[in-house]
Design a binder for this molecule. Structure first.
Ligand code: NZQ
Ligand code: ZN
Length: 384
């Protein structure tokens, strides 16, 4: 096992009605920025519940954080924070709103061009504390320090992170997910699945506990994901999907093991260029990447096949092929196409994504740093 430090500061408030707890978790002199997206929370009653919980708290609102939040919009929110002297950000929404809150928290007293926080890893001081009310189980953003922001002007999607940005609390009420459109339910399950894979499907460092954690999350997503599509108002199913997505990327399963993240980095370029949903890009890239990287990932692919999909007979080559196919079938079963052509894209998109990887200096990806531009091209070509 590799050395690691592990601390997760997020207090999880899980279950029906837990939003009523938030006022007691805010600082006494709280002046809150209530941050949300395009308005889904106004239709499903979450906005009313949150503002009711804040009835004795000072707050201002900022609405309109887009899916794949943009630097341009978030800087407007930074101005509100400065003008209104906000000292706490409450993000109500999916990963985009929570990621946006973290960026605002970091940028509020940054002098100079705040885009440097994303591209140059520029240091920031005294970020504002963030709390989250999660409405879309997918990213794990509610319980980690990561944030992904897109600059519209240059079609760049970049990530940054710090433990200081991790939400201090996160409300996870499965009822809030009943109103999700099918596409977002599917996206969430696929994203969480791939988060586990990025931390599991590398090479063994003799960390069987992390392996079993990862496999149990994958198994839960495979069994509960399709049920969430079939029975949108089944509370227990929603609860299990929600907790799986949080556990997939809250630092626990990735502690002490090598991590990959190349599927995500390649996928981000497709979103930046073509506005594909985050999970759609992952469903396209992962099966092709497993195929191209099968020699390096052989032992873990065999283990995934055996323990998660029950693939035990046949020679190694056939087991690897069937495991990749099983992953692909699961994404398709969740209604997420695994081909670029499924999103109207062709070879041109391959060239554009590879050019963007080069522009962003992403030329040595994966747990071995061996996914160069040539390999990225091979992966994307396979996925057309
Ligand atoms: O904006 P509103 O109106 O709220 O609608 C949203 C949005 O259109 C809607 N939605 C959310 N909850 C809903 C709902 N609609 C009805 N009922 C509800 N309960 O869903 C749409 C998508 O929301 P979004 O927040 O964009 O989705 P997601 O949670 O998948 O977040 C994606 C973003 O997170 C980043 C992605 O790159 C992408 O920018 N990621 C963040 C990570 C992290 N912080 O650790 C890791 C991930 O790998 C990922 O990169
Ligand atoms: Zn993801």
């Amino acid at each position: 096992m590799l050395n690691f430090t592990f601390k997760n500061q997020t207090e999880i408030l899980f279950g029906k009605g837990q939003v009523s707890e938030i006022a007691s978790r805010l600082p006494i002199d709280a002046n809150v920025l209530l941050l949300y997206g395009g308005g889904s929370i106004k239709k499903n009653g979450v906005y009313d519940q949150v503002t009711d919980a804040l009835k004795n708290t000072r707050f201002v609102e900022f609405a309109g954080v887009e899916p794949n939040p943009t630097f341009e919009t978030l800087m407007k929110a930074v101005n509100v924070v400065r003008e209104e002297k906000v000292n706490f950000i409450l993000a109500v929404g999916g990963g985009s709103v929570i990621d946006g809150a973290k960026f605002i928290a970091a940028a509020h007293n940054f002098e100079g061009d705040a885009w440097d926080i994303l591209t140059k890893k520029a240091a920031f001081e005294n970020p504002l504390p963030v709390g989250a009310v999660l409405t879309l189980p997918a990213t794990g953003s509610e319980s980690n320090g990561n944030s992904v922001v897109t600059k519209k002007a240059t079609s760049q999607k970049r990530a940054f992170g710090s433990p200081t940005l991790q939400p201090v609390f996160a409300v996870l009420d499965p009822v809030y997910t009943f109103s999700l459109p099918t596409r977002q339910v599917s996206n969430g399950v696929v994203d969480a699945f791939v988060h586990v894979i990025e931390q599991y499907l590398t090479y063994s460092v003799n960390a069987p506990l992390q392996d079993r954690f990862a496999e149990s999350i994958l198994q839960t997503l495979i069994s509960e994901g399709p049920k969430a599509l079939a029975e949108p108002e089944n509370y227990d199913v929603r609860a299990n999907v929600m907790w799986s997505a949080t556990m997939a990327l809250n630092g626990l399963i990735g502690a002490g093991v090598p991590q990959d993240w190349s599927t995500h980095m390649i996928g981000h370029e497709l979103t930046a260029l073509y506005n594909m949903d985050h999970a759609q890009t992952l469903a396209v890239v992962l099966p092709a990447l497993m195929y191209v990287q099968q020699d390096k990932k052989k032992d873990k692919i065999l283990q995934l096949g055996e323990r998660v999909f029950g693939i035990v007979d046949g020679n190694d080559g056939s087991r690897i092929d069937r495991t990749i196919k099983a992953v692909q079938d699961f994404f398709e079963q969740m209604g997420v196409s695994t081909r670029l052509s499924g999103y109207g894209l062709d070879e041109e998109a391959v060239d554009a994504a590879v050019a963007n990887l080069e522009k962003n200096g992403l030329t040595a990806l994966g747990e071995h740093g061996d996914i160069n531009l040539e390999k990225a091209r091979e992966i994307l070509r396979l996925a057309v």
